[in-house]
Ligand binder design. Structure first.
Ligand SMILES: Cc1ncc(C[n+]2csc(CCOP(=O)(O)OP(=O)(O)O)c2C)c(N)n1
Length: 310
């Protein structure tokens, strides 16, 4: 039972941690890159949804639609450093934003042998070791202690570990945060806080805040909304040391599968489009959207052809 008086959970708003004028002060290159990564992930996800509904994708599908601005923001800030990436089970946007090979991802979802898990696993354990993207294994939050191991054995490399607000409650996740703080591991932990563990809201599950816990361990921590400019700003500032970002976001699609229960609390994509127009990049944004749609069409058409003859 929720007892609001005892709860230190931060209220969910689309403007949490907002920095006035941030998008305006960002370079047009950064803004267009953020928007490009977001549009590519979204076009990919809508295609997965369509192909699942047509019966061409039959595996377990976890969509990150609505949450893709987080991966985009972190990737735009840190991808050039060639970080190690540990994603959660809902990681298409993470995989794509950090340059995971596209064809093996599509093949995985289509059940083709060229898939990154031989076409046998679906969304959860997608990985691309050549690009330092390590797959999730199945226990929620299992990637967090693995991230600590990767950081311990690769000193000097940046490690970025994504996990959900539900995973944040696992004992091994909390232990790994403490270990990272103690050993000063170079890990940026990113909690993709969509407020839901399957269907249960955070306020029913706990009264504590993961950013407070991380701070108490000695990690630098922030709590923000999923504005891509803000995510990018903080990812850049928190790199190179043990740190945590708790990013409030909205899942547009069911926990698993492709249905939805109505509009999300806020529509980050529409807000991002509006910001692009506001900072004078509306025309660029439209052509980025069109290009993403065309790229996805080309990518999927070829693989679907192969699936149909195999
Ligand atoms: C240790 C463990 N407990 C339970 C599950 C079942 N399970 C799979 S996903 C999930 C919810 C995860 O929520 P969260 O970490 O917030 O990520 P989200 O799905 O919201 O992105 C649960 C409980 C599991 N896979 N592993």
């Amino acid at each position: 039972m929720k007892n609001p008086e005892l709860s230190s959970l931060t209220p969910r708003t689309a403007t949490l941690g907002q920095i006035e004028g941030l998008a305006n002060q960002s370079s047009p290159e950064l803004s267009c890159e953020l928007f490009r990564l977001i549009c590519f992930s979204r076009a990919f996800e809508w295609r997965v949804k369509a192909e699942a509904e047509r019966g061409n994708v039959n595996c377990l599908v976890y969509l990150s639609l609505g949450q893709e601005s987080i991966a985009a923001g972190v990737a735009a800030a840190l991808r050039a450093q060639k970080p190690w990436i540990l994603g959660q089970h809902r990681a298409h946007a993470t995989y794509l934003s950090f340059g995971g090979a596209r064809v093996p991802l599509v093949d995985e979802l289509l059940g083709l042998p060229g898939g990154c898990c031989g076409g046998m696993a679906g969304s959860p354990p997608i990985h691309d070791i050549a690009n330092r993207i390590i797959g999730h294994v199945g226990l929620i939050g299992d990637q967090v202690p693995v991230a600590a191991g990767v950081a311990l054995t690769n000193p000097g490399d940046q490690v970025i570990c994504f996990f959900g607000d539900g995973a944040a409650e696992e004992d091994y996740v909390l232990a790994a945060l403490g270990f990272a703080a103690t050993r000063r591991l170079n890990i940026l932990f990113v909690c993709e806080d969509n407020d839901l563990s399957v269907l249960t809201p955070t306020s029913v599950r706990r009264n504590w805040n993961i950013a407070d816990v991380a701070t108490s361990f000695g990690l630098e921590s922030v709590e923000i909304a999923d504005d891509p400019w803000l995510v990018s700003y903080w990812a850049d500032r928190l790199k190179g040391r043990p740190a945590l970002m708790n990013v409030k976001t909205c899942r547009e699609i069911w926990h698993v599968g492709t249905g939805n229960d109505g509009p999300p609390e806020w529509d980050r994509f529409q807000l991002t489009r509006e910001t692009m127009a506001h900072i004078g990049l509306g025309r660029n944004a439209r052509s980025i959207e069109d290009r993403a749609t065309a790229e996805i069409e080309e990518l999927w058409a070829k693989r679907l052809q192969i699936q149909s003859v195999s």
